[in-house]
Design a binder for this molecule. Sequence first.
Ligand code: C2E
Ligand code: CA
Ligand code: CA
Ligand code: CA
Length: 279
Amino acid sequence: SRPLGADQISYFNEQWDKLEKNRRSLLQDLRRAIDNGDLQVHYQPQLHLERQRISGCEVLVRWHCPERGTVPPDEFIPLAEEHRLIAPLTKQVILKSCTELGEVDLLGSTLDRVSVNISAQEFTDRDFLPQMQALLGDLSSLRPYLQLEITERAALLDMKRSIHYIRSLREQGLRFSIDDFGTGYSGLSMLRDLPVDELKIDRSFIVDLNSQPRSAAIVSAVVGLADVFGLSVVAEGVETDGQLEALRRCRCEEVQGYLIAPPLDIQRFQAFLTGHSLQ
Ligand code: C2E
Ligand code: CA
Ligand code: CA
Ligand code: CA
């Protein structure tokens, strides 16, 4: 290959500068949004197949930036993790959902469980446990329903610490779910050692559930494992009737995905629940 010409190098430098500037201003905007309490939360319902009702929801952060429009979490969560903004972000997500769900009076009567995402960087931070414990003090209404979603990868980074965190918080009534289950490394030893309550089967196994017998076999196996260990099991990313039928056949307990509903703001979530509760 030929060496880069001077104009190519200067073009590259310009592009790099632009990227860097954009990242820096995105970070500033994010910091401001967190400081001002501008982040929003949406709720995605989880359907219990046997009970035929919505039993829980996953809380997903949303950022509607006035200058940029809606920025997807996959873009700003990593930035928040990198710049120590993830703990204040999580705190805001938990407090917002606590306030909003409290106002519409959905906890307990309709919802058994509210799941919040905890990113790997946060879960492996030594301040995580004391910060979470301090926060729980203010959350008497949400606490009995609160479940934290962590990934296998996060838990495996330091098993001893993970077990300690999970035990301590479960003693205070929190539940734990393993997000993206099956995509990490040693799912089985993790199941042996971690005192969790739920497995979430990753969307990658649901996508080709009807066309790839191996995915169907994995889903059945995970449902079986959950059963043996006495854990709940949720399939995420359910988009088609075919997938739903396959999940029923596997005896998967709960499903979540666009087929049921997308993540909804609190008004739409409430409307969805009242329209769907079997009273
Ligand atoms: P995740 O925890 O695996 O969340 C599921 C993602 O799948 C969400 O994307 C959700 O909107 C999307 N989804 C739901 N149903 C379907 C479906 O049927 N089909 C497809 N294709 N997608 C579906 P979202 O909200 O963009 O979030 C992306 C990721 O960002 C999340 O993945 C999670 O890792 C992270 N995230 C979102 N909210 C938070 C938060 O409050 N805190 C932290 N730490 N991370 C968050
Ligand atoms: Ca999740
Ligand atoms: Ca997930
Ligand atoms: Ca995922």
